[in-house]
Design a protein around this ligand. Structure first.
Ligand SMILES: Cc1cc2nc3c(=O)[nH]c(=O)nc-3n(C[C@H](O)[C@H](O)[C@H](O)COP(=O)(O)O)c2cc1C
Ligand SMILES: C=C(O[C@@H]1CC(C(=O)O)=C[C@@H](OP(=O)(O)O)[C@H]1O)C(=O)O
Length: 389
């Protein structure tokens, strides 16, 4: 059985829930580390008031005993603290002629799922769309990804992320090793390495917010220690770079994804794109450069996996945008709503976790077993094969 998960829950409902199926037994789960990842996603300059209300922690309500997995489905719950303020709105139907009717959402926001979801599901209260399309769901996706991260760490695979750009401010390149990158960006309000860029980004977000606008950006995630040969060239849906691309594009507000130099590969000659193959006793086969971001033929090549994603600006604006009321079909200018002005730093944490999930899934497809010990044996066998090749 391959690794899979589903989530359920609304942004202003009582909780978000995830069930993970296909984890091996005997994986030690560090709950503190898991909650640390949830706290990381909540941080970041530019977020709205909701993040002051929530203190995300995951409860594990199935599949784990005495701190380790049993092989049964793992069930995770993240509660919404804001639920207490929304109970009436969520529970009492906004029937015509009642006071609750005023609460019905009938003014779709450009850039959000409101109108498409309303039309498609034939829902006249757009709340039924926004409740589930909200990026609140990424809280439980991070919890799921954090479990995947712990599985990967068990096999020496490590992940870090950073913000590359917010609007017109770009972070300068650097050569920090992965662990150092993770440590330094953790201390930054916008998940960058240098303080000057951090200050510029904060000021830029302040300016955008003061104008009633919102801003997006580019985030990156790097995965080290990935063995050669995860994914496969033999079938479209086994190409791991393709699966990662899908996962990244599924993050709310993401509009593009790149592996390695990505779109730049269309502007350079082959001699400046392909990574030359080298061999040494200690490293085995490796590449002189890593422009292709750790992938050839849908398979990992042993170099760090480098993934970037672009996030569009947040759709809910304080500055009104033109839209059409679904009750009257008359134009209106969107009303002011509580919202983030910039969620790019948070999105970089989400990116790390969706990528971790896809890599963990491919890892288990290749080395799968019912217990962590069985996987370990399969993995060591494969490493011996690579060494003797
Ligand atoms: C971490 C995070 C926080 C977000 N916060 C908001 C927000 O406060 N207001 C908003 O309108 N959209 C927010 N979004 C974006 C919407 O969820 C997203 O645009 C919407 O679901 C429509 O999907 P699409 O943009 O992928 O097409 C956020 C996205 C992420 C990843
Ligand atoms: C709740 C989270 O993000 C939310 C994502 C979101 C959206 O429309 O995507 C809208 C906002 O929610 P609210 O309308 O309740 O303020 C964000 O706060 C979160 O990241 O945990």
């Amino acid at each position: 059985m391959s690794l899979r998960y589903l989530t359920a829950g609304e942004t202003h409902g009582p909780q978000l829930t995830a069930i993970i199926e296909g984890l091996p037994s005997n994986l030690v789960l560090d709950f503190e580390a898991l909650n640390f990842e949830l706290a990381r996603r909540q941080k970041g300059y530019g977020r709205g008031r909701r993040m002051q209300i929530e203190k995300d922690t995951a409860q594990i309500v199935g599949g784990v005993r005495h701190g380790y997995t049993t092989g049964a489905p793992v069930a995770l719950v993240v509660e919404n603290s804001d639920w207490k303020h929304w109970q009436n709105i969520m529970n009492i139907e906004p029937i015509e002629g009642t006071d609750e009717e005023k609460r019905r959402v009938h003014r779709p926001r450009p850039g959000h799922a409101d109108l498409n979801g309303g039309l498609k599901y034939n829902l006249k209260d757009l709340r039924n769309v926004l409740e589930r399309s909200s990026a609140r769901e990424t809280a439980v996706r991070v919890a799921v990804g954090a479990v995947a991260k712990q599985l990967l760490e068990r096999f020496g695979i490590r992940i870090a992320g950073q913000v590359i750009r917010i609007g017109e401010i770009e972070a300068p390149p650097h050569q920090l090793p992965l662990e150092e990158l993770a440590r330094v960006t953790e201390a930054s309000s916008v998940r960058v390495v240098d303080l000057e860029t951090e200050k510029k980004m904060e000021e830029y977000i302040d300016k955008i917010k003061a104008e009633g606008d919102s801003i997006g950006g580019i985030v990156e995630c790097i995965v080290e220690g990935v063995p050669i040969g995860l994914g496969s060239h033999v079938q479209y849906d086994r190409k791991l770079d393709g699966r990662i691309a899908q996962a990244v594009m599924s993050i709310n507000a993401f509009k593009g994804v790149e592996i390695g130099i990505g779109f730049e590969a269309g502007t350079l000659p082959g001699s400046q794109v392909h990574d030359e193959i080298l061999y040494s006793q200690e490293r085995g086969y490796y590449r002189a450069t890593n422009r292709l971001g750790g992938f050839e033929g849908g398979m990992t090549n042993g170099m760090p996996v480098v993934v970037r994603g672009v996030m569009k600006p947040i759709p809910t604006l304080y500055k009104p945008l033109q839209s059409v009321d679904i009750d009257t079909r008359e134009p209106f200018a969107a009303q002011v709503e509580r919202s983030d002005a910039c969620a790019v730093p948070a999105a970089s944490v989400v990116l790390e976790h969706v990528v971790a999930w896809e890599i963990a899934k491919a890892f288990l497809e290749k080395f799968g077993g019912d217990s962590i010990e069985e996987i370990e044996r399969n993995y060591q066998n494969y490493l011996a094969q690579l060494e003797s090749y």
